[in-house]
Design a protein around this ligand. Structure first.
Ligand code: TRP
Length: 462
């Protein structure tokens, strides 16, 4: 059963879908928090350098491998680089499987908070409510957790089922503009708050004496996660790009938008937090804390138009997560379609269903089932959820990224990559020689440094 390969309906549709994959919980949930943990300014600058020096060239490499071969991760890496690289693709498919399984649990929380905040906007924020207790109650409620993530997974499956053009691209075209609009509204509101000045200083004034050694690695590891690199997602999206369109400008746009959104989200959150005296002391010491414990209450106490912006904020989180979960699922689904000649509907239901089994294990690992919540494979990361997240960001993505980088830089010929990247559509700012230098030297050394740090020094940057 060899159907012709599907393609994106337009270049804009492709860029929006890939940007949607990149923008997700990484931007809204993880980045502001790690910026906080690493004392702002200098860390942000480092992160920007990692994005430009490592993220951007690898984004181009993944897209070019996909477009060149017109195959998803496993087949593409085999054909473009060599038979052994099929295993790198398989590693990526596994990473997609794992990330999607726990990612949809957090995505499910955004649905809950949307419903809650709508209720508070209508009925008023309950006096004396402890948002920390509320959060603990939800994550400890196994039934509710499973229901929320099931809803999210069903939405993801429902979109991927309809394919590239009819499903993923259509949704991205509608959701991404909505997402940008909500974010801009929130940004304007946040910038009008008292804490905005302090927030901007915190984020943009580098103070290198506050930087800790682990921060470099954390910045690098996060650049992979936030750009959906290192696991073949961008290879897969690139494989639906028709020839004759520049992947260089596409990569530039995706990386730029992802970075802007991460910075906007950070400005918004810190403007709110710095507007409340003493709040910075209290911010809960976890990413979940910022998004689901501190913010819900602050919307009603300090944010101008918070009763409207609060629910909208959780719509934003849900939309950002959904455009990422569909691309995670697509990596797995396209593997079954391309390598096992399965029809899309069957591949989608099969992948979605089996991933959901692991989602349930994650969903129940916040205390509701002790056996799933307490075991520790990685020190300080108890339970299924934390274990999977740690494994994916600290091992799976950096290792996959390193192998893809080495493959594209050292095992593909200059001619093979140059003909993909340089043609009449290539923008003027692009320099092929520089790209090749970054791929062969800068990116592999930087990524190898992460892995060495994890292995020998146990640095944790999840
Ligand atoms: N980039 C997504 C985010 O920032 C997370 C992610 C990592 C991802 N790898 C991916 C999404 C692969 C889609 C495909 O939230």
């Amino acid at each position: 059963m060899n159907q012709p390969r599907e393609h994106w309906g337009s270049n804009m549709g492709f860029i929006l879908a890939a940007t949607g994959s990149a923008i997700g919980l990484g931007n809204l949930w993880k980045f502001p928090f790690i910026t906080w943990q690493n004392n702002g300014g200098a860390f942000v600058l480092l992160y920007l350098m990692c994005i430009a020096a490592v993220g951007l060239p690898i984004m181009m490499a993944e897209l070019l491998i996909g477009r060149k071969t017109q195959k998803s991760a496993v087949g593409a890496l085999k054909e473009a680089i060599g038979p052994l690289w099929g295993w790198v693709g398989a590693w990526g498919v596994m990473a997609g499987f794992i990330i999607l399984s726990y990612y949809s649990v957090v995505a499910g929380w955004s649905l809950f908070y949307f419903v809650k905040t709508v209720g508070w906007s209508v009925g008023g924020f309950p006096a004396g409510l402890q948002t920390g207790d509320l959060f603990a109650e939800i994550v400890g409620n196994g039934g509710l957790q499973s229901l929320l993530s099931a809803l999210f997974m069903a939405a993801t499956v429902g979109i991927v089922y309809f394919g590239i053009h009819g499903g993923i691209e259509r949704v991205a075209r509608i959701f991404l503009p909505v997402l940008f609009a909500i974010l801009l509204l929130l940004l304007v509101s946040a910038l009008s708050m008292d804490g905005a000045g302090a927030a901007l200083t915190f984020i943009f004034r580098p103070n290198f004496s506050e930087l800790e050694p682990g921060s470099v690695l954390e910045a690098l590891g996060h650049s992979f996660f936030t750009l959906s690199l290192g696991m073949g997602a961008m290879i897969t999206y690139g494989s639906y790009v028709a020839r004759g369109r520049s992947i260089v400008s596409a990569a530039g746009t995706i990386v730029l938008l992802d970075t802007l959104i991460a910075l906007f989200a950070t400005i918004i959150m810190f403007s709110v937090i710095f507007s409340v005296p003493g709040m910075d002391e209290q911010v809960n010491k976890s990413a979940a804390g910022m998004l689901f414990i501190s913010l819900p209450q602050l919307f009603y106490e300090v944010v101008p138009f918070g009763a409207i912006l609060g629910p909208l904020f959780y719509v934003l989180v849900a939309l950002a997560a959904l455009t990422s979960t569909i691309s995670l699922l697509e990596v797995v689904v396209s593997y079954f379609i391309d390598e096992h000649k399965m029809a899309r509907p069957k591949a989608t239901l099969l992948s979605g269903g089996s991933i959901f089994v692991f989602t349930i294990l994650s969903a129940l690992s916040f205390g509701s089932v002790p056996g799933l919540s307490n075991f520790e494979i990685f020190e300080g990361k108890p339970g299924v959820f934390a274990t999977l997240d740690h494994f994916a960001s600290n091992w799976a993505l950096p290792l996959g990224g390193l192998l893809i980088t080495l493959g594209a830089g050292w095992f593909m010929t200059r001619q093979a990559t140059e003909t993909e990247l340089v043609d009449e559509t290539t923008p003027r700012w692009f320099n092929y020689g520089a790209w090749r230098f970054f791929m062969r030297f800068v990116a592999p050394v930087a990524v190898a440094a992460i892995l060495v740090a994890v292995i020998f020094f146990g640095v944790d940057f999840s």
